[in-house]
Design a protein around this ligand. Structure first.
Ligand SMILES: Cc1cc2nc3c(=O)[nH]c(=O)nc-3n(C[C@H](O)[C@H](O)[C@H](O)COP(=O)(O)OP(=O)(O)OC[C@H]3O[C@@H](n4cnc5c(N)ncnc54)[C@H](O)[C@@H]3O)c2cc1C
Length: 346
C-alpha cells in the first residue's frame, strides 16, 4: 500500500512514521518546510489534565495521549540522538476568581485524585517565585512540557532514517480520482503522485483542502502569539496557567509566555498590543518577570475545530484526514497517529 500525507506538521509526520512502522510505503508533501507552521510555534505544554479542567476537553483522552507520547519519546530520542527536553514538571492552575475555584473544585470531584488543591500559603512554600495567588491553585503533577522545535528536529531526523520521501516547497492543489475514489494528488508544480490513500493532515488549511474534494468542514485558523522571557533570577518549576494564558519554564532560564486566541484568518503576524499584554500577564504572575529580558515574539495558526480533531475516513473513498487539534496538537500527535493508522486498518 502507498499513502500520500498532505502536510508536514507534527500530525502528518508522526502519522508517516507510524505508517512506515506498520510496513506501508508513505510520502509527505509540504508547502513550506517540515514543522514550519503551528508545530514549532507551539509552547509544548503536555497539559492533558489542566486543559481538561479549564477548557472542558475529555480528560481520559488527554491522559491517554500524554502517556502515549511520553512512552514513545525515549525510542525517538534514542534513534535520532535528539533530546526533545521533555520534563514532567506539572501544571499549576490559578483560578481567576472564587467562582472559578468552586467550579474547578467541583470538576475535580468527578475526576478522581489526580490533582492537589493548594491554598495560598502552600503555593507560596512550593513556588516562592510566584506572586501570592488570591484563590489558591490546583497542581497536576503528571502533566509536563517539551520543546516543539526539538520534537520537530527529532521527527525530521527519524523520517530521514526511515527513508520516507518528503516533497517540500510544493503544495497539493487537487486530488486525482478514479470514479469516486481518490487515488493520488496533483501538486502546484504540475506533478502527480499516485497512491492507494491520501491523508489530509494540513492543520489550519485542512478544511480548505477537503473542500477541493467536495467535503465541507468547519476547521479554521486561530492565531496564537507567544513571547520568550529571560528573568535575571528566581525560578518557576511547573507550567503555570491562568485562564487561557500560561508561562512555560524551559528549565534553562528561558520562559515561554502565551498565548492569544485570535480570529485573524491566515494572518500570522505579531502585534505590539499582544506583546505588551503577555509581558504584563507574566509580571502579574511572578515578580521575576519585572527584570526579564525580552526575547523572540512569534505567532502561529492553531487548526481550530468545533468538536475536536477530525481523524479517520471522509465520505470520499480513499481520502482520510487528521486535522483540527486546536491548542493540543503536540499533546495528541502520537495518539492521533495510532488512531488514524488503526482507522485505516494498516
Ligand atoms: C501559539 C501556539 C501555541 C501552542 N501551544 C501548544 C501547546 O503548548 N501544546 C500543544 O499540545 N499544542 C499547542 N499548540 C497547538 C499545536 O501546535 C497544533 O495543534 C499542532 O501543531 C497542529 O499540527 P498540524 O500538523 O495539524 O498543523 P501544522 O503544524 O500547521 O502543519 C500543517 C502543515 O500543512 C501544510 N499544508 C497546508 N496546506 C497544504 C497543501 N495544500 N499542500 C501541502 N502542505 C500543506 C502547512 O504548510 C503546514 O506545514 C499551539 C499552537 C499555537 C499556534
Amino acid at each position: 500500500m502507498r499513502i500520500v500525507v498532505v502536510g508536514g506538521g507534527i500530525i502528518g509526520t508522526c502519522f508517516a512514521l507510524e505508517a512506515r512502522a506498520r510496513g506501508v510505503e508513505v510520502l509527505v508533501v509540504e508547502t513550506t518546510g517540515l514543522h514550519a507552521e503551528a508545530s514549532t510555534a507551539a509552547a509544548g505544554i503536555l497539559g492533558a489534565e489542566a486543559e481538561a479542567m479549564t477548557s472542558g476537553h475529555d480528560a481520559a483522552a488527554g491522559v491517554r495521549a500524554r502517556e502515549a507520547l511520553i512512552h514513545w519519546l525515549p525510542s525517538l530520542e534514542a534513534r535520532t540522538g535528539v533530546s526533545v527536553r521533555f520534563a514532567r514538571r506539572g501544571t499549576l492552575v490559578l483560578p481567576a476568581s472564587a467562582n472559578e475555584h468552586a467550579e474547578y473544585t467541583q470538576w475535580l470531584a468527578g475526576h478522581g485524585p489526580s490533582s492537589r488543591a493548594l491554598d495560598a500559603a502552600e503555593v507560596e512554600s512550593l513556588q516562592p517565585a510566584l506572586a501570592r495567588p488570591a484563590h489558591g491553585a490546583f497542581l497536576f503533577d503528571n502533566d509536563g512540557s517539551l520543546e516543539p522545535a526539538r520534537l520537530g528536529t527529532a521527527v525530521t531526523s527519524a523520517l530521514r532514517i526511515e527513508h520516507i520521501p518528503v516533497y517540500c516547497g510544493d503544495s497539493v492543489r487537487d486530488f486525482v480520482r478514479s470514479g469516486d475514489t481518490v487515488c493520488g494528488v496533483r501538486l502546484e508544480s504540475g506533478k502527480t503522485l499516485e497512491s492507494d490513500l491520501v491523508v489530509v493532515a494540513a492543520g489550519a488549511w485542512g478544511a480548505k483542502l477537503l473542500q477541493r474534494a467536495g467535503v465541507r468542514d468547519s476547521a479554521k485558523p486561530l492565531r496564537g502569539q507567544l513571547i520568550e522571557l529571560r528573568p535575571r533570577g528566581g525560578e518557576l518549576r511547573p507550567v503555570v496557567f491562568e485562564g487561557k494564558r500560561y508561562v512555560v519554564p524551559r528549565g534553562d532560564g528561558r520562559y515561554v509566555v502565551g498565548s492569544t486566541m485570535e480570529d485573524a484568518g491566515f494572518d500570522r503576524s505579531t502585534t505590539p498590543d499582544a506583546r505588551a499584554e503577555l509581558v504584563a500577564f507574566a509580571r502579574r504572575i511572578s515578580p521575576i518577570f519585572h527584570e526579564a529580558e525580552e526575547g523572540a515574539h512569534w505567532a502561529g495558526l492553531r487548526p481550530y475545530r468545533d468538536g475536536g480533531p477530525r481523524i479517520g475516513a471522509t465520505p470520499i473513498p480513499g481520502l482520510f484526514s487528521s486535522f483540527g487539534h486546536g491548542r493540543n496538537g503536540i499533546l495528541h500527535c502520537r495518539q492521533s497517529a495510532l488512531q488514524l493508522a488503526d482507522a485505516i486498518g494498516i
